[in-house]
Structures are given as structure tokens and as C-alpha cells.
Write a protein that binds this ligand. Sequence first.
Ligand code: NDP
Length: 253
Amino acid sequence: MQNKCLERWGFCSVSKMAKVCAIFGGSRGIGKAVAQLLAWKGYRLAIIARNLEIAQTTVNHLGAGHMALSCDVAMEQDVQNTLEEVEKNLGHVNYLVNAAGINRDGLLLRTTSEDMVSQINTNLLGTMLTCKAAVRHMLQQQGGAIVNIGSIVGLKGNSGQSVYSASKAGLVGFSRSLAKEVARKKIRVNVVAPGFVHTEMTARLKEDQLKKTIPLGRFGEPDEVAQAVVFLLESPYITGHILVVDGGLQLLI
Ligand code: NDP
């Protein structure tokens, strides 16, 4: 009975007991909330970010059985080495969450090419590189699940966020195409698209004004996005889906 269930989740017999998830951008904000929920559910986690000290602090709070690694998602070799290190220490990577992201908001005419490149490299190229490396591992195990964090502005657009929006819109096209590419290999790829969420990324926004534009009247919390991420990771018959978690913002913009 258990084997049947595990098969339905897309695991082959050699990895049926493994519940290893690599979370890029897992040290802070939304990624950290995903880590907390998955740790509570018994997963073994690799918390990956550029700042190893902060990633290690997050791991210390999660309890035993997890690891912290330093990696820049925009560097292909770095990403490959990191996932190999995870496999060596925790076992097969069955799940991948891409929560690494940056924003450099501003009107297009004031956006430097450096800021364009850094957003595209982290948010879009980084997602491609982590997925490429993880899919290689998942193909060997004949199964796996990926959730990439997009954004509501990648679907709707937003003034002052043209480059960021482009990176997130690209992430949607990439994720849906990859979902088609690997579905027959029992690998699922989904996207969670949040609205405004309380993290360091939104700390400088004028919340009092912005929350009036949200039907639910408030910013979301990281754990409210984490619920959606974990739902998609664990839903065996959903792939290529974009799950919006925005307090109803998309109804109005
Ligand atoms: P935070 O700034 O709180 O956390 C970002 C995380 O990404 C950190 O762990 C950071 O660690 C990591 N990171 C950033 N750049 C890199 C890199 N080059 N390589 C590896 N890790 C990196 O952001 P949020 O939690 O708010 O955002 C998480 C995701 O959700 C992002 O993709 C963001 O675009 C998206 N999102 C957020 C929204 C919000 O309102 N907060 C709304 C919609 C989407 P370190 O700096 O140490 O590398």
C-alpha cells in the first residue's frame, strides 16, 4: 500500500524513503518559511543562499538532519557542485524549491544595465540553472517535483518593475515548457506567484497605501505562501500550474 502511494508520488523504489528538498533562497523570507514547514513535515533540507552564515543560522533553527550551503544561483558550476554536495550528504534530491530572487525596482529609464543583468541572472537564469541541475538528478531517480517562485507582476506587469516583471514572466514560460518536457519522466514543475508578502524584499514599500489596493486588505505572510508551495510539491497530479497567492490582488490589476 505504501509502495503504491510512493509510486504515485513519482518515486522509484531506490529512493522511496527519501524526502530531500533543496531550497535555493531558503535562508530568509519565503524560502525560509517553506523550510520551516517542510522540516516540520519531516523532510531533510538543504538551505542554500550566498550568505552561508545566515543559511547556517536558519538550519540551526530547523533542528538536526539539515544542511546549509553557499551558492550563487547565477553560476552554473556553483549550482551543479552544490546539488552534488547535497546528494552526497543528504541523499537523492527529490524536491527543488527556487525562492532565490532579487528586485531592483525603478522606472526603466533609470535602470542601469547592471541592474537589468543582475535581476535576469538571479531570477531567470538562476531558475534555469537550478532546474537543469536538479532535473539531471531527478531523471536518475525517475521522479521529482519542482516549485519556482514567480510573482503576480510577472503575470500582470507593474510600473517601476519592468525588468523584474520580465524575469518573472520568463520564469513562467520556462516552468510551463519544462513541465511539458519532463512530465513523462514523472517530474512535475509548478509556479507559485505571490503578491505583496512581508519579507526583507518588501520592507521599504509604503504598506499603508499599498494594502488599500489588495482585496483582503493586507500583505501576505511568508508561511501563507509556503503552504501553497508545499501543496504543489506534494500534489501528484498537478504540473505546469501557476498558483497565485496574492490576497486577491489579481482581481483588480
Ligand atoms: P528575501 O530577500 O527575503 O530572500 C531572498 C533569498 O534569496 C535569500 O535567501 C537570499 O540569500 C537568496 N538569494 C538572493 N540572490 C541569490 C543568489 N544570487 N544566489 C542564491 N541565493 C540568492 O526575498 P523573498 O523571500 O521576499 O523572495 C523570495 C522569492 O519570492 C523571490 O524570487 C521573489 O522575487 C519572490 N517574490 C517575493 C514577493 C514579496 O512580496 N516578498 C512577491 C512576489 C515574489 P542571499 O542574499 O544570502 O543569497
